[in-house]
Design a protein around this ligand. Structure first.
Ligand SMILES: *[C@@H]1O[C@H](CO)[C@@H](O)[C@H](O)[C@H]1NC(C)=O
Ligand SMILES: *[C@@H]1O[C@H](CO)[C@@H](O)[C@H](O)[C@H]1NC(C)=O
Ligand SMILES: *[C@@H]1O[C@H](CO)[C@@H](O)[C@H](O)[C@H]1NC(C)=O
Ligand SMILES: *[C@@H]1O[C@H](CO)[C@@H](O)[C@H](O)[C@H]1NC(C)=O
Length: 331
């Protein structure tokens, strides 16, 4: 304990004690709340709920994967102005951009909301307010597109990977933030068994980072090969901000069950994949943001929009949460 010192971290109205041991900050928040960004209602599920005409949805697998690492979840709606995201981010401890299938060029959609969040997270961090982001699959691609500057040309490549793969770690992955404390047995599973679940037709290549001068800020830590032997980045992290992403789907091993998808469900797959949200929620525990009180928390938490069993309707998602029904617009 001789290298232990106590540090007061002040966030807004209150101060909490953080413990630094050998330069490492231990958690300061044992009741983390993670925001998960919703996205445009899928075409398939719109057909199943035509009367409700929901604006957006979140697949429950992302919610449960965060919950199993000890956090609660607040849904983040799309189509709001910047102040909505800014106010909400003062109350939550990190944001997950989930995967899915939506275009980035739709106005007031997933990409516009993510851009607000990405920019606000940088502003928070630049004032010393630690705010982590994790991007999965589509969210993984979107973060690099946001870092590139959204334009007519999207800085990502075509790919085809709908299979379970092992990770090909970069030579220096053990010094990355994401993997430096990963247990050796988890690393061995990821390196030797096909446990990462890929569902993507775009990817980010080393050349995408090089073309937009992103190699200083963004560090690839593992790779995979698609069906056409294209080497894509499987995980990357920002070198300064607490921003992380995975091209594969850590949440599917434990929480998605569509039979014909052949997702990896072995005990080793479950064990290795749970590492990613365990890591991300640990990062969120370093944020001291909080809601005013339990009543305000309750107003925002995802339990207000209970999961619907969509697997039984044929959806690739076993359960989903739906938001903001618009109803049928007549005439
Ligand atoms: C958005 O991009 C998709 C795919 O490139 C394209 O098919 C669609 O027309 C675009 N929509 C708009 C509004 O530009
Ligand atoms: C925020 O990011 C900057 C880099 O832009 C970094 O130097 C600083 O340590 C970060 N602050 C926190 C609180 O993580
Ligand atoms: C690339 O980024 C580095 C570091 O931010 C900067 O010094 C350099 O000028 C940039 N190069 C180009 C071509 O934009
Ligand atoms: C669903 O809501 C959107 C937005 O209000 C509207 O444009 C569309 O017509 C609605 N769909 C139906 C079937 O009413």
């Amino acid at each position: 304990m001789k290298h232990c010192l106590f540090l007061a971290i002040c966030a807004f109205v209150q101060c909490k004690a953080a413990v630094i041991t050998d330069g490492k900050i231990i958690e300061v928040n044992e009741r983390p709340i993670v925001g998960i960004l919703s996205q445009e209602q899928s075409f398939y599920l719109h057909g199943k709920f035509p009367e409700e005409n929901y604006t957006s949805y979140i697949a429950s697998s992302y919610v449960k994967d965060v919950e199993k690492s000890g956090a609660r979840v607040v849904p983040i709606l799309i189509g709001k102005d910047r102040s909505y995201y800014k106010e909400l981010m003062k109350k939550i401890n990190g944001v997950l951009f989930p995967g899915g299938a939506t275009f980035f060029n739709q106005s007031d959609g997933y990409a516009d909301a993510a851009q607000h969040i990405y920019e606000i997270a940088q502003e928070l961090n630049d004032t010393g307010d630690y705010f982590p982001i994790f991007g999965t699959c589509l969210g993984f691609q979107l973060i690099i597109i946001l870092a590139s500057g959204r334009g007519k040309v999207e800085n990502r490549a075509d790919c085809y990977s709908y299979t379970n793969l092992l990770l090909i770690f970069s030579s220096d992955f053990r010094s990355s933030k994401l993997f430096k404390d990963a247990p050796e047995d988890v690393v061995q599973i990821l390196a030797n068994e096909d446990v990462t679940i890929n569902v993507h037709r775009y990817c980010i290549l080393d050349s995408n980072l090089e073309a937009y001068n992103l190699t200083v800020d963004w560090r690839p830590t593992s790779y995979g090969y698609d069906d056409n032997a294209i080497k894509f980045i499987a995980t990357y992290e920002h070198t300064r901000y607490p921003f992380y992403a995975a091209q594969f789907h850590p949440e599917k091993s434990s929480f998605e069950w569509k039979l014909n998808k052949n997702y990896a469900h072995s005990m080793n797959a479950v064990k290795a994949n749970r590492y990613f949200m365990d890591f991300f929620v640990a990062e969120c525990r370093r944020s001291t943001h909080e809601f005013a009180d339990a009543a305000e928390e309750n107003d925002y938490l995802i339990y207000n929009s209970p999961a619907v069993f969509t697997g039984v309707l044929g959806s690739a998602h076993h359960q989903c949460h739906f938001f903001e029904p618009r109803g049928v617009v007549s005439g």
